[in-house]
Design a protein around this ligand. Structure first.
Ligand SMILES: NC(=O)c1ccc[n+]([C@@H]2O[C@H](COP(=O)([O-])OP(=O)(O)OC[C@H]3O[C@@H](n4cnc5c(N)ncnc54)[C@H](O)[C@@H]3O)[C@@H](O)[C@H]2O)c1
Length: 267
């Protein structure tokens, strides 16, 4: 699917990677983008920037906490009302807080489940929709462990599992909605600068930050570009890594892992 003339909805779109995604969608010819974010976010200013750069009325800001069913439902309704349709849903909102790990599960996993179900319900051909695309933002730590952020890694693994499962042929043939995952690596946003991450009581924060600051940090725009490429050529169920400012790469996950025989069996 080309993003040209399409309408998109981006959760957590007021800042960081989400804002870069909204911007990149409009730069590539998307007709409209709805930014869904918290009332405390810089959403008003972010949409003003988008409309100044790409033209009045191209973007709207809808206050929506992805942990709240009613707000999320209303935000989808508002997007349809304003723009007359919806083609692309990007479930990107996330936090990094090991101390408040239950909130992290609520936002990063339950929020993505909620957004995926709402997306399928509104876009799915089985529900009278015209099909479309859902891209869920996981992380490189949705594919590998993170000693610094164990619960974050767990929820991001959950996002990968959810998106691969709803991305399966069975669902795609029914709904006409491609569900894909993007896994960014270290990206320069509030997450990694401005003390945006809380590593909780199990980790030496100084050590964690020292390690993270040694990683190559890419600009959020790189992830925005990756998103557009995935929308244009990714298959349903596919998982993509955006890291080190390199072109986005699809991850090859074997259908069945190779098993190592236990020593008992060898004897
Ligand atoms: N920055 C990185 O290094 C990195 C790496 C891998 C994955 N990610 C993922 O990318 C996504 C975006 O993160 P970011 O780095 O841009 O962080 P960010 O803090 O810059 O942006 C996150 C946005 O989500 C919003 N948000 C938070 N809770 C919300 C809620 N309950 N409802 C709606 N919006 C909410 C925030 O207000 C903010 O605008 C997250 O899912 C994050 O896990 C980030």
């Amino acid at each position: 699917m080309q993003v040209e003339h399409k309408t998109a909805l981006v959760t957590g779109g007021a800042d960081g990677i989400g804002f870069a995604c909204a911007k990149e969608l409009l730069r590539n010819g998307a007709a409209h983008v709805a930014i869904l974010d918290l009332a405390t976010s810089p959403g008003v200013e972010s949409v003003r920037k988008l409309n100044t750069e790409f033209g009045e009325g191209r973007g709207i800001f809808v206050v929506c906490d992805v942990t709240k069913d009613s707000e999320f439902e209303a935000a989808f309704a508002k997007t349809f009302e304003e723009f007359g349709g919806l083609d692309i849903v990007v479930n990107n909102a996330g936090i990094a807080n090991e101390s408040m790990w239950e909130s992290m599960i609520d936002v990063n996993l339950k929020g993505v489940v909620r957004g995926t179900i709402l997306g399928l319900r509104h876009l799915g051909k089985d529900n009278g929709g015209k099909g479309g695309i859902i891209v869920n933002t996981a992380s490189i730590f949705g594919l590998e462990p993170s000693a610094w952020s164990p619960v974050y890694s767990a929820v991001k693994h959950g996002v990968v599992g959810l998106s691969r499962s709803f991305g399966a042929t069975y669902h795609y043939e029914k709904t006409g909605v491609r569900v894909m995952t993007i896994c960014p690596s270290f990206t320069r946003t509030n997450f990694v600068v401005d003390g945006g991450s809380d590593f909780g009581p199990f980790v030496d924060r100084g050590l964690a930050m020292k390690d993270i600051m040694q990683q190559p940090l890419q600009k959020p725009e790189i992830v925005g570009e990756a998103l557009v490429e995935i929308i244009e050529r990714g298959e349903s169920g596919s998982v993509w890594i955006s890291e080190n400012s390199e072109p986005v790469c699809e991850v090859l996950i074997p259908k069945r892992f190779e098993l190592i025989a236990s020593s008992r069996m060898q004897n």
